[in-house]
Design a protein around this ligand. Structure first.
Ligand SMILES: [Zn+2]
Length: 1146
């Protein structure tokens, strides 16, 4: 094009032109301007072009004059353009001064000649194709003045005239971004016309073919046009194959991509996908893509093919009878509204796994296209920030009368203790432990202590739970010879292992040793146990490394833990304990093309159905689970505390699809997992796919690995969870998610988390988990061991705050220092210590929160001088596990009421949310007696961000974010809420101040942090979030987080409190202004661009991958926008796309 234009030289007016022609005079002026190109005054150019345009519009004679043979009018225009294009912005000047208008008028004029001059049309279209893109309104202008129709007619009449077709097609392309034009052209038969131009494979006229394909692709973005093209899908596939076969030197990648572009748009509609499948499109694109794989330059073809195949992949049904949790807990009172009520009211026999009809699919296709464009701006708004200033101010009225709160007095004995001699001794030696659960006026309505699992009303009874093994018969012997080895008798090979081993092991190693591997086993053991007697199974001695762990005590604790499935087994990792490995575990670097490879393997299921085994090897929904299998399959199990595997299906020899159970009394929340695998082959490349994940992205895409625990490693002296797995990725899959499970949205899919793994040991039993498990029984064990650490100087009291719905008790700890003496002064100091209130693990899937809490508790109970000072400085009230039932039953997010407990703080129900109700009551009691805590902090885990950080509450910072600047200057707020996070950022390596936020969001108004801030009046009310993945700053940059780092964080939190104490003492107040310099913090943060101080902006601020990763084959859905799946303290930006928002708000 440009070559064509620039070949024209500026011409003088031909001598034959009569000098009285006005238009030619104007052209003369225009030409003169061209010669003085550098000095053109745009205003003069505008005046001239406006005059020319006016003449053309009003005088037929003038039009003829310009386009007639021998006139140089056209040439002057072209010359103007030519000069303009050299002058850079000048095309823009010409365009904006009405140049396109002149040209379009000329097209109309030229079309009135009969026959129209081919040469003129060619020239005009060439110029239009060049000028058009500079004029945003070009498409609309061309349609309105009729030039678009002229072009279409010209195309229709010149199908063989390649020279003319090319510029005409280019003009169409310029007009196509307008949806109205696309539809109108479609009506005018242009889609069919394109298919006439796009012939079979030929290396002639490749540039025309390319332009035709691009034009067609643009036309097909319209749904109605796509419908017109459905019949041509086989042709497009055929041409694509031809090009694939013949373009061996890959010189025509753009043509091949153009064909795929057309297919991609046609398959946006349901009919198109059907046509694609019927035409064997899956196989064709699969085969061609596989052949393209070795050539990196063909990646765009593979990626587009993969996108089309994923879109067309028939949606499968999740292999389940219902998505409701396998286990049910009958609630005595069902919450009036919301998801749980919905679940209970679900009609009998209703299929909740897939939607009945998929009529919405086409609407979905339309949405896809919108999403493609609008996706990036999706979250630019900040509509989650609380803007109602009244909701940001302290709640004035205390809703509960003091009389009602008075019963909580007994949890605060330390506030009234007078340590009289008798009692003092008593306290000294026997810090009492109250096991009476609190009884409140509403307690009559509390469920019985040990409710049995019962099916939901009006529903087929689900299979009876596995009968509980009698835990009392567990008899694990420890040898007493002083070497500390815990040993078990190992029976002779071939003997009935289940009978001889303690029952607790029957579901673990023992059950598996009875299989085909028996004879080899004997040799293995003989090798391993060189010096020991035959038949002794060593249990790792972790006593020295793990002072808080004791296997026997753990089993004791398990016996008093109530689970809905009535778990009778103990997982080995929980039994043996975990010693953090000393080696560094780096954040995994993502290998190029992983996702693509995995998706292609998924597509192969469809292409080669005969290779698929589809063999169920574990299924909690059937009576006989676990499925017994003597063959080549892995064995799965997760019927132990916190376990939640529902089903395992062997797909290929070494590949398994795994389905997670929903939270109890819910039909979703799948993220946490914990299960056992055995029967593996050493060195075989296993692939595991968890196929019913729900979040739209995951840290598994950013270097996080799964955790694995090998029993063989443990008994060889390395009892530990290790980060493991390769080829890890997380992507949208082809299992459809019913609207019931997707918050009412239709056409959604689940996500797959996949990882590969080779096992190192024969006859091993391995466990996989989302994060380091920490069970309720583990907590109870740790608490008992901690109590043993107590020195006479330590005041430790363990109360039972309440019973949970599942019949487990919720411990409340009080830790402080004993008074130095019973003198009045000392007692006074003791009673008047400020309170620090900590809680953790309201969300069962966030096990990291428990490890941080463990670090805190161990530090607080420790013997260091710092710990002692800390105890002297504060009274600690700690609820270490706010949701024991959720933890026990392997839930990810909810309690047995099927609700997120961290959304109940505004109005907790004593019957449905007892732990929240009573914890809040404790705080209300404290507020009522003017002893509200100095610090409240609820420990959480964050699934999508790195580092450890805090969310706090600030009226002023919230108002800043909402840009209501008028009111913000009148607000006065103590900046003390920033001190603690600032201290932490200076001393805790994993902690990142830049990730902290103090903005109050609407979606968080019922969380502990916001309610304690607003209703209890605690200025320093926080959520502390620990990453599940790792750190991207500080000492641990590039490393995945482990229990050592998490525990360290918990300890550092304590040290920070001590520093806070010093800073907040009246004498020191003036010296820590630097810690409170909010504005410089904010500026620093914003300048760095690493993040901004608001939670909803911080989500998933991950750089994009080098591999173009597409999670959502069809639509950019954001499940977090739907209230059912919203992650309360996670925030609401979804994925990798979020970089823009930062820019838009900073
Ligand atoms: Zn949480």
């Amino acid at each position: 094009m440009s070559g064509y234009v620039s070949s024209i030289k500026p011409l003088s007016l031909p001598p034959s032109v009569p000098s009285n022609s006005r238009v030619l005079m104007l052209f003369g002026q225009l030409e003169k301007l061209n010669r003085e190109s550098m000095l053109v005054d745009p205003e003069i150019a505008r005046q001239i072009t406006a005059k020319i345009l006016h003449l053309i519009q009003t005088q037929e004679k003038t039009r003829k004059e310009i386009v007639s043979k021998g006139s140089s009018g056209m040439e002057v225009i072209l010359a103007t353009l030519e000069v303009s294009s050299r002058g850079g912005r000048r095309i823009g000047v010409f365009v904006s001064k009405g140049g396109t208008g002149i040209l379009l008028q000329l097209v109309i004029s030229a079309s009135k000649e009969s026959p129209p001059s081919e040469e003129v049309m060619l020239q005009l279209h060439s110029v239009l194709a060049k000028v058009g893109p500079k004029d945003r309104k070009f498409g609309v202008k061309a349609r309105l003045n009729g030039a678009l129709n002229v072009t279409v007619n010209l195309l229709k009449q010149n199908l063989q005239n390649y020279k003319l077709l090319l510029p005409c097609l280019l003009v169409l392309q310029v007009c196509l971004p307008s949806a109205v034009n696309a539809v109108s052209l479609g009506k005018n038969g242009v889609v069919e016309l394109m298919f006439k131009i796009i012939g079979p494979y030929s290396k002639k006229n490749t540039s025309l073919l390319k332009v035709s394909l691009d034009t067609l692709g643009a036309l097909l973005k319209s749904k109605t046009n796509a419908q017109r093209a459905v019949v041509h899908v086989p042709i497009l596939l055929h041409i694509y194959q031809d090009w694939h076969r013949n373009d061996t030197r890959h010189r025509h990648i753009l043509i091949r991509k153009g064909i795929l572009g057309c297919l991609k748009n046609i398959t946006n509609i349901k009919l198109g996908r059907k046509a694609f499948i019927d035409a064997d499109g899956m196989r064709i694109l699969y085969n061609t893509s596989t052949e393209c794989l070795p050539v990196r330059t063909l990646d765009p073809l593979i990626n587009t093919s993969s996108l089309i195949m994923r879109k067309c992949f028939p949606k499968n049904r999740l292999p389940l009878p219902t998505i409701k949790s396998v286990f049910h807990h009958q609630l005595l009172r069902v919450p009036a509204g919301g998801p749980v009520a919905q679940l209970y009211n679900q009609p009998l026999g209703m299929d909740d796994v897939v939607d009945e009809s998929d009529n919405n699919e086409d609407a979905e296709a339309e949405n896809d296209m919108e999403n493609e464009v609008e996706e990036k701006d999706h979250h630019a708004g900040n509509d989650d920030i609380e803007t109602d200033i009244n909701k940001l101010r302290p709640k004035e009225t205390h809703s509960r009368p003091f009389e009602e709160l008075k019963i909580y007095e007994r949890f605060f004995m330390e506030l009234s203790e007078d340590f009289q001699v008798m009692q003092y001794t008593f306290w000294f030696n026997n810090t009492p432990k109250s096991h009476r659960p609190i009884v409140v006026p509403t307690a009559q309505a509390l469920p019985p202590k040990n409710p049995t699992a019962a099916p939901l009303q009006g529903e087929c009874p689900h299979p009876a739970p596995v009968p509980a093994l009698d835990l009392d018969t567990i008899n694990i012997t420890k040898d007493q010879d002083g070497c500390g080895d815990h040993t078990h008798s190992r029976p002779h090979p071939g003997a009935g292992l289940e009978q001889e081993l303690p029952p607790i092991l029957a579901g673990g190693v023992a059950a598996r040793l009875g299989g085909e591997g028996e004879e080899m086993l004997a040799e293995d053991w003989a090798e391993e146990e060189e010096s020991s007697e035959e038949g002794v199974l060593h249990v790792p001695d972790t006593a020295l490394l793990l002072p808080l762990h004791d296997p026997d005590l753990y089993v004791e604790m398990v016996k008093s833990t109530s689970s809905v499935p009535q778990f009778s087994e103990v997982a080995y990792p929980d039994y043996f304990g975990h010693v953090a490995p000393t080696s560094r575990e780096h954040i995994l670097e993502r290998v190029y093309g992983v996702q693509r490879t995995k998706i292609f393997q998924d597509i192969e299921r469809l292409i080669h159905p005969n290779d698929i085994l589809d063999k169920v090897v574990y299924d909690l929904d059937i009576q006989s689970c676990p499925v017994v299998d003597g063959g080549e399959s892995l064995k799965f199990n997760s019927q132990f505390e916190s376990g939640n595997l529902r089903k395992a299906v062997q797909i290929r020899k070494f590949e398994y699809d795994l389905v997670l159970n929903s939270d109890i009394n819910s039909n979703h929340y799948h993220q946490w997992f914990y299960f056992e695998v055995s029967g593996m082959r050493v060195g075989a490349p296993y692939r595991f796919n968890i196929i019913n994940c729900e979040k739209s992205n995951s840290q598994f895409n950013y270097g996080m690995q799964v955790l694995m625990y090998s029993v063989q490693e443990a008994i060889s002296g390395r009892p530990r969870w290790v980060r493991t797995g390769t080829d890890i990725c997380y992507y949208k899959n082809h299992f459809s998610r019913s609207s019931i499970a997707a918050g009412g949205q239709k056409g959604k899919s689940y996500y797959t988390m996949t990882f590969s793994m080779t096992f190192n040991h024969k006859d091993d039993v391995c466990y996989f988990a989302y994060h380091y498990p920490y069970t309720y029984s583990t907590l109870k064990m740790h608490l008992q061991k901690l109590e043993a650490l107590r020195t006479p100087q330590t005041y430790l009291r363990e109360d039972i705050l309440c019973e949970t719905l599942g019949g487990n008790s919720c411990p409340l700890l009080t830790i402080t220092a004993m008074p130095e003496s019973t003198s009045n002064d000392q007692i006074c100091q003791f009673r008047n210590r400020p309170l620090v209130f900590l809680s953790s693990r309201v969300h069962p899937g966030e096990t990291n929160a428990s490890w941080v809490m463990k670090g805190t508790l161990e530090f607080l109970m420790g013997s260091s001088p710092l710990a002692h000072s800390l105890r002297e400085a504060y009274i600690f009230k700690i609820v270490p596990m706010l949701n024991p039932d959720g933890v026990v039953n392997g839930n990810h997010r909810c309690s047995l009421s099927g609700e997120d407990l961290n959304r109940q703080w505004q109005n907790p129900s004593p019957e449905l949310h007892p732990t929240i109700y009573h914890t809040k009551s404790l705080l209300q009691y404290l507020a009522a007696i003017q002893r509200a805590p100095l610090v409240f902090c609820d420990y959480h885990g964050h699934s999508r961000k790195k580092n450890v950080f805090m969310y706090g509450c600030s009226l002023k910072e919230t108002v800043w974010e909402t840009n209501i600047s008028a009111t913000s200057c009148e607000l006065h707020e103590d900046l003390g809420y920033r001190t603690l996070p600032k201290i932490l950022s200076q001393m805790a390596p994993a902690f990142s101040m830049a990730s902290c936020s103090f903005v109050v969001e609407r979606s968080k108004e019922a969380t502990a942090r916001v309610v304690v801030w607003r209703e209890i009046g605690v200025q320093r009310s926080y959520t502390m979030e620990s990453t599940l993945c790792g750190c991207d700053q500080g000492k641990y940059k590039g490393l995945q987080i482990g229990t050592r780092e998490l525990e360290e964080m918990g300890a550092q939190f304590c040290v920070a409190l001590l520093r806070l104490k010093r800073l907040t003492s009246p004498l020191k107040l003036r010296n820590h202004a630097h810690l409170l310099d909010v504005e410089s913090d904010l500026t620093e943060t914003r300048c760095k661009g690493s993040s901004t101080p608001s939670t909803y902006l911080l989500e998933d601020e991950e750089a994009s991958f080098m591999e173009e990763v597409d999670y959502s084959a069809e639509s950019g859905d954001e499940p977090d926008n739907d209230p059912n799946t919203a992650d309360p303290h996670d925030n609401h930006l979804s994925d990798s796309e979020s970089n823009n928002h930062r820019d838009s708000l900073t």
